[in-house]
Design a protein around this ligand. Sequence first.
Ligand code: BYC
Length: 478
Amino acid sequence: MPAPEKIDYTERIPNNVDIAQDRRLLRALEEWQPRFLNWWSEMGPEGFQAKEAYLRTAISVDSKGWAHFDWVKMPEYRWGIFLAEPEAGRAVNFGAHKGQPAWQEVPGEYRAVLRRLIVTQGDTEPASVEQQRHLGRTCPSLYDLRNLFQVNVEEGRHLWAMVYLLHAHFGRDGREEAEQLLQRRSGDRDKPRILGAFNEKTPDWLAYLMFTYFTDRDGKYQLCSLAESGFDPLARTCRFMLTEEAHHMFVGETGIGRVVQRTCELMREHKTSDPGDVRKQGGIDLPTLQRYLNFHYSVSLDLFGSEVSTNAANFYTFGLKGRFEETKKADDHLLREATYPVTRPDGERLVTREEPALTALNERLRDDYIADCQRGVDRWNQVIRKHGIDAELGLPHRGFHRAIGAFAGVHVTPDGRMVGEVDWKARRDAWLPTREDEAYVASLMQPVVEPGRFANWIAAPARGVDGKPIEFEYVRLA
Ligand code: BYC
């Protein structure tokens, strides 16, 4: 039997949970595997399945060097099942079962709720691969192409992570849900993905970089909350997924940073602050960047659910989904008496009121997320300042362009004023990407595949991957 932190690659399905011991589970997963591969060949990166990419694979789940880099054709990537090491004596750390030993099996009374949470999480993973499948054809460099493929194979692995839980712990229902995860399609009218942002298009690389910054960051906060779960297999799965998620957000933060840098270089070189001039030079002007940011941030805010949610209160009280850094918080971890401030529209105004902390848990997580988003924006603004340019990017108000929760159906400006339909329509194009912006950005999406070269609209990264030079041939296209 392998040491728990080691991953066994001699198995058909690499894993560190000794699935071979459970014949039924092994058989179920081995039946699902070819269906996953069919889905991957149909919906995974278009046009690159036979190419070798320099990708990282997990070899061990301990903190020291879990990654191994090698040349891989994506369909041969060793997708598998990796859970973080078990924590001896782990307990349920919050909610009504606080203090009881963490569950190794699904508590019968929470079966349906837990399944729903796992399915919702699982559904986002293949969705993002579907959204990004066409991007390879317009990559700004081989470095970026490689990072895209790394993100895609890891989202595929995250699907495996949730499918393992469904198969191992939810019997026949779980197997049916695992099948449905391969049947739904991002943006499909009849069989859409579950959450809003995962049915939006990712039409170009700017949208993709915004997605990896803002939407993958929702992933981080949701996974952190699920990593606190009293259902131990879910907690351990999410803890390992978070190590992979960090790379996706790195791609977004440094990617947008490089776009900002290139824009500033063009502005300086051509002594201009006129967006039209930046476009003439083939760059992405700051107002367009701000509009893309506004869109991706607002659809990602929606992913946290309603401000006041009894679902969220139940997830917490049942011990299934905690707060961000639950165990670091110094309170009773029950939240029966506590309150939390929530801002919502009330008539013509936005009003902040104390709400029961339990029902305000989605909003609290959204607040943690907003503070984290701001940190990256601050870093992008430093790049702008370093170029001596008097401009700033900013996060719009939380109520801006929302479709879920209390702000759905009202209009809030980026600076947080409630306005009517007429004002909204008159200003919409200043705040959200227009058809014309999208057409312009699309016109920039010409593939650059010569090692070490980058499209004109994005700067080179500070360093390459795995200590390799920037001009390394990260994907072998020949
Ligand atoms: N779109 O009480 P409410 C990631 C539904 S991203 C459509 O407001 P609740 C990744 C909701 O399902 C992280 N529907 O919300 C990133 C509910 O329906 P039911 C993904 C929505 O339940 C990049 C109803 O509205 N993980 O990993 O407290 C690349 C009322 O719900 C939306 C998770 O989301 C929406 N935006 O919270 C790859 C974690 N929002 O049940 C991957 C698991 C709400 O009444 N999911 N609804 O039919 C959850 O924790 C919760 O389901 C949510 C919603 C936070 C999403």
